[in-house]
Design a protein around this ligand. Structure first.
Ligand code: SF4
Length: 349
């Protein structure tokens, strides 16, 4: 492969075809960092309004470091994968505390910050500081697997190593940030998972998968994790237009707020389980089924939550409980909470 020619070609294409995205054209490492964290597991179109709003709220790393965790989560609400926000917030505080508020430009220092893996380090340091590091995300891995017709994916460790080696060999010392973004852009707009647009691809002449006539065979498909069905019961407890929510604890969505609820075993009676869960929070109420349920998915979990209305509720003062206006909650609600609130408005009518 004529690597210098391939680089020239792809960079020239990027110069002509790159989309005007709000995080492009800046060398501010904080802004690039925010965009890269948001773009993990979330599409560009969904990220754009959140990125603008987040930076309007926290325009500098120092302002993010000063913010309360609840405010950071509230600004993130709707983007999902909240661990990203918690890590970003913790990392900003660490940068202020240990690095004088300046984003470290050395890979070994930046790479040790919470939530910063190989991808984020490569993307931020190459774009902001011209470090010749690859940024290997799903889009880039697909392009590279096709270029070399490698039957591997990022999911298996040997495949990941092979792709990382190839990515490192290709990244140039001049304009490494543009190079990484060009590969990402090609993967997002031309070398797409299904029906890649090879005839308009700038690097087609070097692409082995295209020469073999079956670009879609690379990377090989991987088995999806089977969905798990989860039954829940949740309590709709309202007072003067406000909804009672509880702060979640545990591995999933910790720190977010939603109506009190409980996971149900197979065939478990929902009313008794929900009453017990409310009692654990010190809440007493008369429960009645609404006959409605809301559906929701988190990663591979498919949740169906039966909604019970609670009347005559006695609610103690507790840091874990809060009455919120669902339209302006002031805390980060889970998507399930929003669905329950909407349902509450419907069943009231
Ligand atoms: Fe992808 Fe086709 Fe370009 Fe190869 S030629 S990199 S398969 S779009």
């Amino acid at each position: 492969m004529d690597v210098p020619a391939l680089r020239r070609r792809l960079l020239a294409w990027y110069g002509r075809h790159r989309r005007a995205l709000p995080w492009r054209g800046t060398r501010d490492p904080y802004r690039i960092w925010v965009s890269e964290v948001m773009l993990q597991q979330t599409q560009v179109a969904a990220v754009t309004p959140y990125y603008r709003a987040f930076l309007a709220r926290f325009p500098t790393l120092a302002s993010l470091a000063r913010a309360r965790a609840a405010d950071v989560l509230a600004a993130w609400a709707g983007l999902g994968y909240y661990r990203r926000a918690r890590h970003l917030h913790a990392a900003a505080r660490l940068v202020v505390r240990e690095h004088g508020g300046r984003v470290p430009d050395r890979p070994e220092t930046f790479g040790r910050l919470p939530g910063v893996g190989h991808y984020t380090a490569g993307a931020v340091l190459s774009i902001a500081f011209d470090h010749p590091l690859p940024a290997l995300d799903g889009n880039v891995a697909r392009v590279l697997a096709r270029l070399e017709a490698l039957p591997v994916t990022l999911r298996d460790p040997r495949g990941a190593r092979a792709l990382q080696t190839l990515a490192q060999a290709l990244v140039p010392t001049r304009r490494p940030g543009d190079w990484n973004q060009a590969l990402m852009e090609l993967g997002a707009t031309v070398c797409v998972p299904r029906a890649p647009r090879c005839p308009e691809c700038p690097v087609r002449r070097w692409c082995r998968a295209s020469a073999l006539g079956r670009p879609e065979a690379f990377p090989p498909a991987t088995a999806r994790r089977a969905p798990v069905r989860v039954r829940r019961a949740v309590a709709l407890i309202e007072r003067r237009g406000r909804l009672l929510v509880v702060r979640r604890e545990g591995p999933l969505l910790a720190g977010l707020w939603e109506p009190p609820g409980v996971e149900l075993g197979d065939g478990a009676p929902a009313g008794a389980a929900l009453r017990a869960a409310l009692a654990d929070l010190g809440v007493r109420a008369t429960l009645a089924p609404t006959g409605e349920s809301v559906r929701h998915a988190i990663t591979h979990r498919r949740i169906e939550a039966e909604v019970w209305r609670a009347a005559d509720a006695t609610v103690p003062r507790s840091a874990r409980l809060r009455w919120v206006d669902p339209a302006r909650p002031g805390v980060a609600l889970t998507a399930l909470a929003k669905k329950v609130a909407r349902l509450g408005a419907t069943v009231r009518r």
